[in-house]
Design a protein around this ligand. Structure first.
Ligand code: NAG
Ligand code: NAG
Ligand code: NAG
Ligand code: NAG
Length: 509
């Protein structure tokens, strides 16, 4: 009897090992959770990032701007108008500012550089994209880079560390305002333990190549050369030359093109707007309808009907040109709303993602990480079950190294699986009731946020201090912990809901 049990256990172990190995070696598209989960939550909030992590994103993506006192605030824009409640605060109105851009145009608004972090901690994040639920506006605070790095660090202890993908926003402007970003950004990574913990992926991204060079130098000076990937973002008007790609490939990891650089568009009757440069602007500002996919040949040869150059003529073979130089391609931005995709996809975000995968992109910036997860499952890039997610590696080794790594990973996996089975059997029963919860200290959240967890998605429970939601945040003992758990629901359904008003947390779950 006993030997039969052993044989069965061995068989199960081997099956699991083979399954894990195949999951590791199968290349799946890297999912970059663009500003957290702005489909579901206001962008760049802890809650949005947590949602992205729960949906297995490989990276959480964030943008850094400086406050007046030099704190690294997470916002995608120098101005706070479209993504925060600052306009509702009369006490801040007199610092509205207009600056002149290098090209002579002007930009007006509430600039983060004109307010201290303490001041900005009194306002709230709000939904920045028209048409998405605003139910949780006024629910979540603005966050700093260290706060979100601390959140990401918590995933390290849970087996699937999430990568961080950080953009320095308009670095030349910050430099000119005497608040340069690069050094502080690298220091924040060091403080958060990214220098030591080489198992966790970090990518730094910028539209300004000069800033990437600076970051590369700073990383080297910190003894972190190669520790963080560097990605050069290209907007839809970019026309990058082979020589520029060669220069960047000497130290960079990849390019981040706007998606119309990868799959060029032509104007479509449905869109009723001019092609060429105007089309490009339309993509950037998210106007309704972004055109029709150009067939490769006609895009390369023809240009638009009006004769204006199309992005197509600037970007023929961009993916191949990058890959030839060992650069990854991470395209942006994939959103669920029909107006952000070419009319060919008929509003189906999964079809759009598949098209770009077939064009060879290595990763995608997505607004809706739960849709990305649904897509990975639907296309066999991910097997069902939360524990089977295998994140992808930042920079790929050559084929021979890959073969060696595969062989090595089979050995390691067998050993690890054998060990893990033994250990997990011991601790499983004790920990089962905690398995679905994430624990956070209250200094990461504030109690007012508690009132705003959408009841359909999250149950919150407070342990250690009953009735805590009635207290002011300053009165909270720091030892109190908040438990949240995502309730399993069909990802797309969860995304398209969130229409109901926010309610109080369900206690005692
Ligand atoms: C566009 O390309 C097609 C072939 O793909 C060709 O027949 C046509 O003449 C081209 N038009 C222009 C304006 O170049
Ligand atoms: C930044 O916000 C302003 C509104 O203050 C908006 O006009 C502009 O398009 C935004 N820029 C980006 C890059 O999102
Ligand atoms: C905002 O900050 C910039 C950069 O520091 C400064 O030049 C400008 O005078 C400030 N504007 C206001 C209204 O405080
Ligand atoms: C892109 O750059 C190349 C070489 O630098 C140039 O020949 C070409 O005209 C440019 N194309 C557009 C559409 O700007």
């Amino acid at each position: 009897m006993r030997s039969m049990g052993d044989a069965r256990r061995t068989f199960i172990l081997l099956s699991v090992a083979l399954y894990v190995c195949s999951a590791i070696s199968r290349k799946s598209t890297t999912i970059i959770a663009h500003r957290g989960s702005p489909c579901n939550f206001p962008e760049e909030t802890l809650e949005g990032y947590q949602h992205a992590m729960s949906n297995g994103a490989d990276y959480i993506e964030m943008d850094v701007v400086s406050t007046k006192d030099g704190a690294l605030l997470l916002r995608h824009n120098l101005t706070l108008d479209d993504s925060t409640t600052i306009a509702e605060h009369p006490e801040f109105a007199d610092r509205r500012w207009t600056r002149t851009l290098p090209d002579g145009r002007t930009q007006s608004g509430f600039f983060a550089v004109n307010y201290t972090l303490a001041e900005l901690k009194t306002i709230y994040a709000k939904q920045a994209i028209a048409g998405r639920s605003q139910a949780s506006d006024h629910g979540y605070r603005l966050r700093t880079l260290p706060e979100v790095l601390a959140l990401a660090a918590r995933s390290r202890s849970r087996g699937k560390p999430v990568g961080v993908y950080i953009e320095d926003k308009d670095p030349a402007f910050h430099e000119s305002a005497g608040l340069p970003l690069e050094k502080k950004l690298v220091e924040a990574l060091v403080s958060a333990g990214y220098k030591e913990d080489a198992g966790v992926a970090v990518i730094l991204q910028s539209f300004e190549e000069q800033s990437l060079r600076k970051l590369s130098g700073l990383l080297e000076a910190e003894g972190m050369a190669g520790r963080a990937g560097l990605v050069w973002l290209l907007d839809c008007s970019a026309n990058i030359t082979d020589a520029q790609l060669d220069g960047f490939a000497a130290y960079g990891t990849g390019i981040g093109p706007e998606k119309s650089l990868v799959a060029p568009l032509v104007s479509a009757a449905e869109c009723n707007r001019p092609a060429g440069a105007a089309l490009c602007t339309a993509v950037a500002s998210g106007q309704a309808c972004t055109g029709r996919l150009a067939s490769g040949a006609s895009a390369a040869r023809n240009g638009s009907a009006s004769g204006a150059p199309l992005p197509a003529q600037r970007s023929v073979g961009l993916v191949q040109r990058a890959h030839q130089r060992g650069l990854l391609v991470h395209a942006y931005t994939f959103r669920n709303e029909e107006r952000f995709m070419a009319v060919d996809f008929a509003g189906d975000p999964l079809a759009e993602l598949t098209h770009y995968q077939q064009l060879g992109v290595d990763g995608v910036f997505v607004d809706c990480p739960s849709t990305a997860k649904e897509w990975l499952l639907a296309t066999g890039q991910l097997s069902a079950g939360p524990s089977s997610w295998a994140g992808t590696i930042v920079s790929g080794p050559g084929p021979r190294a890959s073969a060696a790594i595969s062989a090595f990973s089979i050995l390691v996996t067998l050993t690890v699986v054998a060990l893990a089975c033994g250990i997990s059997a011991c601790i499983k029963r004790r920990r089962r009731h905690r398995a679905r919860y994430d624990l956070f200290p209250t200094d990461l959240f504030n109690t007012r946020d508690l009132n705003w967890y959408p009841p359909s998605d999250y149950r919150t429970a407070v342990v250690g201090n009953k009735g805590v939601a009635d207290h002011e945040e300053d009165e909270l003992p720091t030892s109190t912990a908040i438990m949240m758990t995502a309730i399993d629901s069909s990802p797309r359904a969860a995304e398209q809901q969130h229409k109901g008003p926010a309610g109080p947390p369900v206690n005692g779950s």
